[in-house]
Design a protein around this ligand. Structure first.
Ligand code: HEC
Ligand code: HEC
Ligand code: HEC
Ligand code: HEC
Ligand code: HEC
Ligand code: HEC
Ligand code: HEC
Ligand code: HEC
Length: 426
């Protein structure tokens, strides 16, 4: 009910703009031109300014002087939705809508300093993606954080709100880079990226084929982003290959999704389902794969494209073998009492969801072997398969697979030393 009403009010506001809004608009713009000139310039360059969508359409007109700035409302995604229902609807159905919720679903988030989460300098700077529930907003306000109420300005930044800016791959860079998801580094150094840069420099014609992040992931302007394997690189149903099934089960145990002893699903499965963290049916996975194949096939032979994507699936299988071997070594240390269950951990078993804080709630009890294990999963396994999909040979081998083998060696060596010194101490 709320949205149609909002549309009506906004539509009226826009239609009546020349007369009714002129005064309010003037005062906002005049005062803010002196106060925040960069903001006003940005707005003036926007389609919004040209269409008469002034400051007060998004911020209301309750605040009108220097002493009542607290009365200005900060527009959430619903405000944009009143005029951009299509993009809003797609966004809501896609993976970006879960950024804030997945962040808060992890135990480690609640062990980190608040300014890294709510302050938006760390995790929260990237995971602000996603519409916050009324509860989540109230929680933020109670903690004293009142910005970051809108995800739409993550790609078309305020107050230019430009489509062209959002189509530039740099719009994705801030978040899709670095430690555990270096898609930016992989794409820029791939032939796809090299062509895009050559085009920008005028060395290839405007018509040259050079796929960007948006071309492959927001085809046709669709805001519903999602991939087949997702971030975690796991899916259901289990594969036909027995070894791969066993290896994936081991990884799911370290993710806390399967019970380490019984192998049964834990409560976390509900969370994974709620935030769409992995494709849980063959059909859901295939839908995404088919969409991607169609995109590749705009420029490559379909059989060529299929082969490339299947190479990505195949490396995931081999990477999972190494990964499971390492997890089992650390799991055995728990079993033999050489590592004891950390405070806050659900089981006596390694748990990736605590990230580098491998001591659970206890910073004096960090476990180094588990930090090596975490990097193997989060940094190096990610690179190994993500690089295959983003056609980056260097990331696939040297920053990915080669580092996984090094990690496995380190885990083996550390376990040997731990066992030796443990017995000696007894
Ligand atoms: C007489 C000057 C003046 C006028 C007129 C004015 N503002 Fe402001 N505005 C301010 C000042 C001062 C601040 C506070 C800046 C700060 O916090 O550093 C502010 C802050 C804001 C904020 C930020 C609020 C927050 O929570 O941080 C918004 C949004 C805003 N104004 C929008 C508007 C809109 C929309 C109008 C017109 C309806 C308007 N302003 C009219 C001076 C003005
Ligand atoms: C199309 C909607 C829209 C219009 C029009 C708009 N804003 Fe905003 N504005 C936003 C959004 C979204 C935010 C970010 C809110 C948040 O972070 O919670 C914002 C934030 C702000 C802030 C606080 C954050 C900061 O960066 O300082 C100020 C001040 C502000 N706007 C002023 C203005 C002024 C002045 C105008 C008119 C010249 C204007 N806005 C027009 C959507 C709009
Ligand atoms: C009152 C209606 C209204 C509201 C509210 C509104 N917009 Fe718009 N927006 C428009 C109109 C009208 C256009 C111009 C459409 C066109 O060019 O055909 C536009 C254009 C855009 C564009 C495309 C700009 C370009 O470069 O072509 C983006 C992106 C956009 N809006 C984002 C937003 C976001 C994000 C919000 C919320 C913070 C928002 N809008 C709120 C009406 C609105
Ligand atoms: C402000 C940070 C931010 C920006 C900017 C951003 N993303 Fe994301 N993206 C995220 C986060 C966070 C997730 C994971 C959401 C979650 O937790 O469920 C994500 C997820 C995705 C996924 C889904 C992966 C999967 O699990 O299947 C794709 C695809 C994606 N982003 C593409 C893009 C593209 C393309 C752009 C640029 C047009 C972009 N993103 C810009 C933060 C961002
Ligand atoms: C530089 C930006 C950035 C920072 C900082 C960041 N993340 Fe992320 N995170 C992302 C992006 C982008 C994705 C999606 C990557 C992909 O699909 O390859 C993601 C994915 C995730 C996912 C998986 C979501 C899913 O459904 O697949 C979780 C959980 C997560 N991050 C938690 C965290 C936590 C907890 C922190 C802080 C301790 C954090 N992130 C810090 C950008 C960031
Ligand atoms: C040529 C097409 C193409 C381009 C360009 C591209 N991607 Fe991807 N991307 C893929 C494919 C294929 C996958 C794997 C899909 C699957 O799971 O089957 C993928 C997966 C992803 C994922 C999920 C995790 C992963 O890496 O496997 C994210 C997030 C992502 N891409 C973001 C980006 C960003 C950001 C850019 C630009 C810097 C980008 N992609 C450029 C094709 C592309
Ligand atoms: C992950 C980055 C990203 C986020 C987040 C995002 N957009 Fe966009 N948006 C884009 C891209 C890329 C385009 C250009 C698509 C195209 O034309 O191929 C676009 C285009 C648009 C357009 C112009 C459509 C047209 O063709 O004229 C509007 C309006 C818009 N977005 C609104 C929104 C709204 C509302 C939100 C929040 C619910 C939002 N966007 C969030 C990347 C994003
Ligand atoms: C918009 C067109 C376009 C799309 C879409 C596209 N590519 Fe490409 N791709 C190219 C071009 C052009 C090259 C450079 C060919 C060369 O090196 O001569 C290239 C190169 C490659 C290469 C490196 C080949 C080599 O010889 O070094 C691979 C692998 C590849 N693409 C796979 C894919 C996959 C997989 C997809 C879909 C996920 C995809 N491409 C989507 C245009 C595209």
């Amino acid at each position: 009910m709320r949205r149609p009403l909002a549309i009506l009010i906004l539509a009226l506001a826009v239609c009546a703009a020349p007369v009714l809004l002129a005064a309010a608009e003037e005062s906002c713009v005049t005062c803010h031109r002196g106060l925040t000139p960069g903001q006003v310039q940005d707005w003036e360059s926007s389609r919004h300014a040209k269409m008469g969508i002034s400051c007060s359409v998004c911020h209301g007109d309750a605040h009108s002087s220097s002493d009542d700035a607290n009365l200005a409302s900060l527009p959430d995604e619903q405000v944009c939705a009143a005029c951009h229902e299509e993009q809003f609807g797609q966004f809501t159905a896609g993976k970006h809508n879960f950024g804030w919720t997945t962040l808060n679903a992890l135990p480690v988030t609640h062990l980190e300093p608040d300014v890294l989460i709510e302050g938006g300098r760390g995790c929260g700077g990237c995971h602000n993606m996603g519409i916050k529930t009324a509860e989540q907003k109230a929680d933020q306000l109670a903690k004293g954080y009142h910005y970051q109420t809108n995800s739409c300005d993550e790609c078309h930044t305020r107050h230019a709100f430009s489509k062209k800016e959002a189509l530039n791959p740099h719009a994705c860079q801030q978040c899709h880079m670095g430690f555990d998801h270096p898609q930016w580094e992989m794409w820029t150094s791939s032939k796809h990226g090299a062509r895009w840069y050559a085009k920008q420099a005028g060395d290839l014609p405007e018509t040259a084929a050079a796929p960007t992040c948006q071309h492959c992931h927001m085809s046709g302007g669709d805001h519903e982003v999602r991939t087949a394997w997702g971030f975690l690189g796991v899916r259901l149903p289990m594969p036909e290959d027995e070894q791969w099934t066993a290896d994936r089960a081991t990884i799911l145990k370290a993710l806390g999704v399967l019970h380490p002893e019984t192998g049964e699903a834990t409560d976390l499965v509900g969370v994974i389902q709620a935030v769409d963290m992995a494709r849980l049916t063959e059909e859901a996975w295939q839908t995404e794969r088919d969409k991607m194949l169609k995109t590749c096939s705009e420029c490559h032979a379909p059989s060529y494209a299929r082969e490339q994507l299947e190479a990505g699936d195949a490396i995931l299988k081999d990477a999972d073998r190494l990964m499971a071997e390492a997890i089992e070594i650390v799991g055995d240390l728990y079993k033999d009492g050489i590592i004891t269950q950390h405070d806050g951990y659900p089981y006596a078993y390694p748990n990736f969801l605590f990230f580098n804080q491998t001591g659970g709630n206890d910073m004096d009890d960090l476990s180094y072997i588990e930090q090596v294990l975490l990097e193997m999963y989060l940094k190096h396994r990610m690179r190994t398969f993500q690089a295959h999909f983003h056609t980056s040979p260097d990331y696939a081998y040297w920053y990915g697979w080669a580092q996984m083998t090094k990690d496995l060696g380190e885990v083996q060596e550390l376990a040997r030393t731990m066992r030796a010194t443990h017995t000696a101490a007894d």
